[in-house]
Design a protein. Structure first.
Length: 155
């Protein structure tokens, strides 16, 4: 039988080796999504702040998409927005049917649902998708207006 001090030393060595192995494995894990991890090789799925979102909205052909509820839509939305409610039973099918040759700019109330929509769009093969961080709340908080018009028809 080993003396107690030898047993303690062996346990400490095993613990240190286990911790070192775990840390080494963690250090190789990516900390941010990469282009390689996107559904489409070289695809963009990016969270952007209000100022960058405004710049992206000015791009020709950009598709602006609101994914909030009917009640939230009625409270006001961004001018030029198309509308597909996140809670729609066929939400993913509607996203997959959107044109894939245009950048998609998606927003919701605070950025949570639109972040999920961004990932779903990317997974469905949309190569360029942007999510408004903070959603329409951040938009209005920055002093930007909303409108009360009909949704834009998606072409």
């Amino acid at each position: 039988m080993k003396p107690l001090s030898t047993l303690k030393t062996s346990l400490w060595i095993a613990l240190v080796l286990t911790a070192a192995t775990g840390l080494a494995a963690c250090s190789n894990a990516p900390t941010e999504p990469t282009a390689q991890s996107a559904a489409v090789q070289g695809a963009v799925a990016k969270d952007v702040k209000v100022a960058e979102f405004q710049t992206l909205m000015a791009r020709e052909g950009a598709l602006l998409l609101d994914v909030r509820s009917d009640g939230e839509w009625a409270e006001g939305h961004l001018e030029g927005a198309a509308y597909i409610p996140f809670a729609s039973a066929d939400f993913n099918q509607q996203l997959a049917a959107l044109p894939k040759d245009r950048p998609v700019l998606v927003y919701c109330a605070s950025g949570g649902r639109s972040a999920k929509a961004m990932q779903a769009l990317n997974a469905a093969g949309h190569p360029e998708v942007y999510n408004l961080l903070g959603g329409i709340r951040a938009w209005q908080g920055a002093g930007n207006a909303v409108v009360h018009t009909e949704p834009v028809e998606i072409q």
